[in-house]
Design a protein around this ligand. Structure first.
Ligand SMILES: [Zn+2]
Ligand SMILES: [Zn+2]
Length: 256
């Protein structure tokens, strides 16, 4: 069934679920989202997030420091310890966001490089966020990423040239609800040309809800809308899109 390759379960508003996040998780699982990757964004919040999801075998976790949250004193030794935990299958999200935080460029680059070194040490794939930083993202990945470990360019919104370079580096490309937006035609044309065996799907919940929920809180449940979009663009069934993206996820993370 569906795998949401990128969500922030600890950031969801769960007031509308009588028993909170646990109920959201169990209903989402029952509705067919049989695995989720819950993404870490800072070392301080990480233990809280881990505690919230640790009881669920079908929820995987990543450890990272978001590019919009990097501080000059970010604790990379602690990050390395967190990344080494068994439940943690990926390192990130890391990367570069020059759209929202051009002022912290240097700290973002340093943090991104640290993440790549940690990913190489623990042999776990990277989760990369890139916004208005195409060239630097590619240059840094080419220079520092362990291509055998690989990773994901999450919430892909870049151009064809960037997609091609990421594929050359062995990375997977994760499609979010943004691709369902009316103004995302260029992105849909890129998705049409992506090799099916390198596509993942995600919600990035609670952000970026797909059409028809655009503007509302996103939930991992809505990953089916992303699968449907990929299916339509590729001329396959949604069930097949779910199956292929799940196989891709398992291959990347060596899961069965
Ligand atoms: Zn992101
Ligand atoms: Zn994210």
């Amino acid at each position: 069934m569906f795998i949401d390759s990128h969500c922030h379960l600890d950031k969801l508003n769960v007031q509308h679920y009588a028993s909170g996040l646990d109920e959201l998780i169990t209903t989402t699982y029952a509705a067919g989202v049989t695995e989720m990757l819950c993404i870490g964004v800072d070392t301080e919040q990480f233990p809280v997030m881990l505690k919230q999801v640790e009881a669920y075998d079908f929820i995987h976790v990543s450890a990272g420091i978001h590019p919009l949250g990097v501080k000059t004193a970010s604790d990379f030794a602690l990050l390395a310890q967190q990344a080494d935990l068994k439940k943690v299958i990926a390192v990130g999200e890391t990367g570069l966001d020059y759209h929202y935080a051009p002022a912290t460029k240097e700290a973002q680059v340093a943090s991104f490089v640290q993440h790549m070194q940690i990913a190489d040490q623990v042999k776990k794939p990277l989760i990369v966020h890139s916004r208005e930083a195409r060239q630097d993202t590619i240059n840094l990945l080419q220079a520092h990423a362990n291509q055998e470990v690989g990773g994901i360019i999450h919430c892909f919104t870049e151009d064809q040239a960037m997609a091609d370079k990421c594929l050359d580096l062995g990375f997977y490309i994760s499609i979010s609800g943004i691709a369902t937006f009316r103004n995302a035609e260029a992105l849909r044309q890129i998705i049409k040309r992506l090799p099916l065996d390198r596509i993942l799907i995600e919600t990035d919940a609670p952000y970026l809800a797909p059409v028809p929920y655009r503007g509302r809180q996103n939930e991992p449940l809505y990953v089916s809308y992303v699968a449907q979009l990929v299916a339509d663009l590729k001329g396959i069934s949604a069930a097949r899109a779910a199956e292929i993206t799940s196989e891709n996820f398992h291959r990347l993370f060596n899961l069965s």
